[in-house]
Design a protein around this ligand. Structure first.
Ligand code: ARG
Length: 587
């Protein structure tokens, strides 16, 4: 990333260079740049105090030496930034209004913003492995998070200059097929029902088959044998398997259409079925894998649990499993897709699997095989009002399709109430964007590693940190321009002069914070940090709009206020797009 687009990063550099010129120990000194109390400045460096403690010196003296060194450095914009010392040794940086104005005017267009994050160190080929449901089941609420977090990460990584490949690693080769094929035969199941309910029939069949395998050990053995038969390529088994997958893929696609999600590849586990033997051989030859109780496993002696609890990569009956296909996938992604990195988006219960996968891949790499690196991005559970995993009243999982459709229906009644004069076509379109956006935003605005409670009233509210609130902010700005018969993208605000009022300055300050909010969001791939920022920006815009009239006579004031409106709109819309939301013109 090019740090000069972030003022905080620039100040960090200024401080570091000054510290270097003073010959302080850079191993000990941390600039620690934070937003400052706005009464004293825009940013604050909190590094002097801890440094003084560690080196046993007077913090006030150190601070004053550092301030002088900063002001004396050749690239210090003395016209633009004022420094001062506060408390026992904090250094404040106050940006002049014209500096803020110029800075903002320079980078607040999408092209420049985008390029500000692009550079060689982020130019990775990154596979985002997301959504990846198992076949033979409809997608339920539990499948929401991987889909929406994954889509947002693709957009964020792409925006910051990575080459992103979206891969849906569908679970189409697992133990469910042993049970299912056994059940198809046992219950003489025919694939003849109403096509729109066939997947439900299969789910029902699975429930029955699973029950049977639980009650009757021979049935369980038979189911396992059916899986081995399928994996060997038995025609009859493959036909049943294919039928079930086709129905599943069709149902998944409906959800992806609703959520506006696309993939570059849909390569299910089965795609790798003939590549697992290479994995077994390479890992055995490299002495990474060994046979234990008949299975091929990898122990990780350096780990407190995985030293005894191995990663099973081929089952004792010879069947491949989740680990075998994931290892084969890593190899394929390097050799065929030339990936540098893989980001997996799954729920937190798979942390052990990915920890073992990562360790195994790292050892495999150390043995001389080229493989992509692994990052596991995990998330918590969506809870109902009872604080337990969300369910329907009768205790079954809520179908994702029902949830999304309900959200659109609820949004439609809100739109009808708010803006009854819109045409039906407009109302339906707006309701779709708000309804889908609300579910999405509710998910992304929570720290992904926490559980959260799903509440309709909260997520669809027009107040608070919600999609309707933010979409409304964009619609409001558009209506300002519409009333003036202007287009925010095509106006050049020629007469704009530098900021004067408190409200203008506060909004401008918030706007320049976008770059830093993005740095934070990207550093550990946590979209809620971007949501928090957008929510604050929309709030700051509201205060500005209430305090300062935009459509005034003086063209200088009018232009600069309009420009702030346009810049807010650009950043809100870029942000919402990065979260996967669509745009609205009116609301
Ligand atoms: N199918 C798995 C599940 O439903 C998720 C797969 C994640 N991707 C992977 N390469 N293991 O939990």
């Amino acid at each position: 990333m090019k740090e000069w687009f972030s003022i905080a990063q620039n100040i960090n550099l200024l401080v570091k260079n000054a510290v270097r010129s003073l010959d302080w120990d850079l191993e000990i000194f941390q600039a620690d740049i934070k937003p400052a109390d706005p009464r004293f400045g825009d940013f604050q460096s909190n590094g002097v105090l801890p440094y003084a403690k560690k080196t046993n010196q007077n913090p006030r003296t150190l601070a004053s030496n550092l301030e002088k060194a900063i002001q004396g450095s050749t690239n210090f914009p003395a016209e633009g930034i004022k420094t001062s010392i506060a408390g026992p040794g904090f250094i404040n940086f106050k940006l002049s209004h014209s500096f803020l104005f110029q800075w903002l005017n320079y980078f607040s267009n999408e092209k420049i913003l985008r390029s500000s994050f692009n550079s060689s160190d982020t130019n990775n080929k990154t596979i985002v492995d997301f959504s990846s449901p198992n076949t033979a089941k409809q997608m339920h609420v539990g499948h929401l998070r991987s889909a929406v977090i994954g889509e947002s990460l693709c957009r964020l990584l792409d925006f910051s200059g990575n080459q992103v490949i979206r891969d849906n690693h569908i679970g189409d080769w697992g133990t469910q097929f042993g049970i299912l094929i056994h059940a198809v035969k046992h219950f003489e199941f025919e694939f003849t029902g109403d096509p729109s309910h066939q997947l439900e029939d299969i789910e029902e069949l699975y429930r029955k088959g699973n029950q049977l395998a639980k009650e009757d050990l021979t049935a369980l053995d038979q189911a396992r044998a059916e899986l081995v038969e399928l994996q060997k390529g038995n025609e009859e088994h493959l036909t049943i398997w294919k039928k079930i997958n086709e129905l599943s893929y069709k149902a998944f696609q409906e959800i992806y259409d609703l959520l506006n999600i696309r993939f570059d590849f849909v390569l299910g586990e089965s795609f790798y079925r003939n590549q697992v033997n290479t994995v077994y051989k390479q890992l055995t030859d490299a002495k990474i894998a060994e046979i234990s109780e008949g299975a091929l496993v990898v122990f990780h002696p350096e780990h407190p649990r995985f030293n005894k609890q191995p990663f099973i990569i081929r089952k004792a009956d010879g069947a491949s499993n989740y680990a075998s296909t994931d290892l084969a996938t890593a190899l394929y992604r390097k050799n065929e897709l030339k990936a540098d990195k893989m980001v997996y988006v799954t729920d937190g219960r798979q942390q052990d699997h990915f920890e073992q996968l990562k360790r195994t891949v790292e050892k495999w790499q150390a043995s001389g095989t080229d493989l992509p690196s692994i990052q596991h991005i995990w998330f918590g559970t969506i809870l109902g009002s009872d604080n337990k995993a969300i369910k329907t009243r009768d205790g079954s999982p809520i179908k994702l399709k029902d949830l999304l459709e309900e959200s659109v229906t609820r949004a439609l009644s809100a739109v009808e109430e708010k803006n009854p004069n819109l045409s039906d076509v407009e109302k339906n379109e707006i309701a779709r964007v708000i309804g889908i956006g609300a579910v999405r935003y509710a998910d992304l605005s929570q720290n992904r590693t926490s559980d959260y409670v799903f509440e309709w009233d909260k997520i669809l509210s027009f107040d608070g940190n919600t999609a309707p609130y933010l979409l409304y902010a964009t619609a409001r700005i558009k209506s300002i321009f519409r009333k003036l018969k202007l287009n925010p993208d095509q106006t050049n605000f020629e007469q704009a002069t530098t900021y004067e009022t408190d409200a203008e300055i506060a909004l401008a300050r918030k706007l320049i914070g976008f770059v830093d909010a993005m740095y934070q969001t990207l550093s550990d791939l946590r979209p809620h940090l971007l949501c928090n920022y957008l929510y604050q920006l929309a709030g700051q815009f509201s205060s500005f709009y209430n305090a300062d009239k935009v459509n005034v006579k003086d063209p200088a004031i009018k232009d600069r206020r309009l420009q702030l409106c346009a810049q807010t709109l650009t950043i809100l819309e870029i942000g919402l797009h990065l979260l996967g939301l669509e745009k609205v013109e009116k609301m």
